[in-house]
Design a protein around this ligand. Structure first.
Ligand code: FES
Length: 105
């Protein structure tokens, strides 16, 4: 099942935006015309990843608190101190609308 989260133009390239899907905070990152979505809560602490820096070349989102850089493709932290991955969501763009696919249970 997919949930509409907005229009493509709502998301600024090179930045992260926090959206809420069924009560879960999700960080949506746009790099060029590609979209990525990972759980917004850092696995190392109760910190919003969407407040952090987007590294476009390595497709990572860096936690603003201690600097762990999470892969937007796998959800894994590529740098310490975080060691556990965050959930990755599939993003679907249909026309100018953006949807997030809920992970299979
Ligand atoms: S809270 Fe995110 S790396 Fe520590």
């Amino acid at each position: 099942m997919s949930t509409k989260i907005g229009k493509a133009l709502d998301f600024t390239p090179g930045s992260a935006t926090r959206v809420v899907m069924n009560g879960t905070n999700i960080a949506v990152v746009r790099i060029g015309n590609d979209f990525y979505a990972i759980n917004d809560t850092c696995s190392h602490g109760n910190v919003s990843l969407s407040e952090g820096h987007v590294w476009e070349d390595t497709k990572e989102l860096e936690c603003v608190k201690h600097g762990s850089a999470f892969s937007l493709e796998t959800g894994c932290p590529n740098t310490l101190p975080a060691t556990r991955p965050v959930t990755v969501y599939s993003v679907i763009v249909k026309g100018d609308e953006v949807f997030i696919e809920e992970p299979a249970q």
